[in-house]
Ligand binder design. Structure first.
Ligand code: ZN
Length: 143
């Protein structure tokens, strides 16, 4: 590519791909094309990336928000998956006297429905609820 050569690129005035004459390079005569002159409108403007490249950049931008959303609320996403995987399981009303195991669906009066994620030593276990993972107690004798 050299000054005076013709290329087809996007014209910022005509808004379509048109034939342009290269009028300047960024560095010397071999660097990237800096300025082009439109054969149709005669305007000299900065050389733009071709429409294909711009579409790729736009697509990348469009994909980003969905991924960010998933990162912001991972608990809710996991909770939804856990619950939908056990939609046929009967929810057990939470009570400190109960005995829960991993995978049990728990119905808590304050936090709603959750799924037991881990059972710890002693009388504690973790339940994933819609907004948070809570540590609850079980295996306590009723007084
Ligand atoms: Zn033009």
């Amino acid at each position: 590519m050299a000054v005076g050569q013709e290329i087809v690129c996007f014209c910022s005035t005509c808004k379509i791909d048109l034939r342009h004459v290269i009028v300047a390079h960024k560095s010397g005569n071999s660097g990237p094309i800096a300025k082009v002159k439109c054969n149709t409108c005669g305007k000299i403007h900065a050389h733009r990336a071709n429409p294909g490249e711009r579409a790729t950049i736009a697509a990348k931008r469009a994909n980003r928000p969905a991924r960010e959303k998933a990162v912001v609320i991972p608990i809710e996403v996991e909770w939804r998956e856990q619950l939908s995987a056990r939609e046929n399981s009967k929810a057990i009303d939470y009570a400190p006297s109960g005995d829960f195991k991993v995978g049990d669906v728990v119905d808590h009066p304050t936090f709603g429905q959750g799924v037991v994620r881990t059972v710890k030593e002693g009388n504690k276990f973790e339940v994933i609820f819609q907004r948070d993972v809570k540590t609850l107690v079980h295996r306590l004798k009723e007084i």
